[in-house]
Design a binder for this molecule. Structure first.
Ligand SMILES: [Zn+2]
Length: 147
């Protein structure tokens, strides 16, 4: 499926400029237009999926595989890279801005400008167990819906 209003679909079909670093049958990877640091890549499935909900798992595997390789490639490149973040924003509340699923591969170095703010306090075991049970419930619901 192609979404004509989607900038990433436009890039996939060669109708918009992009600095492509990798391309295979199901995935394309190009430089982020507004990089956190030089070398910041986006790994994008060639078929239009909005997010995790409609991304086929096998395509997700290929997206990860390519991101994994690119992260290793960054460390071997001439770009400054002391660490790598792989980041996927699924949904507006998670800072997704382009609604064609993509995995960021971000080269990092000490003192760079990238920040993720949070309240990093340790939660009680009871809270963690409750959250774990809720996730298991979600997995059961997912399994039930795929039967
Ligand atoms: Zn798209």
């Amino acid at each position: 499926m192609v979404d004509d209003g989607c900038i990433f679909c436009t890039i996939v079909h060669g109708r918009a400029d992009a600095s492509i670093a990798h391309e295979d049958e199901s995935v394309i990877a190009f430089m982020d237009l507004r990089p956190v640091n030089p070398g910041h890549l986006l790994v994008v499935p060639k078929t239009h999926s909005v997010g995790l909900e409609d991304l086929p798992e096998d395509v997700g595997v290929q997206v990860w595989k390519v991101a994994h390789r690119l992260g290793r490639a960054l460390r071997r490149s001439d770009l400054r890279c002391e660490g790598v973040n792989l980041l996927l924003a699924d949904g507006e509340a998670a800072f997704q801005e382009v609604f064609h699923v993509h995995l960021h591969v971000i080269p990092r170095f000490t003192g760079d400008p990238f920040r993720i703010g949070s309240d990093w306090r340790v939660h009680e075991r009871e809270q963690l167990d409750e959250a774990s049970a809720a996730v298991r419930g979600g997995l059961a619901a997912l399994d039930a819906s795929q039967r």
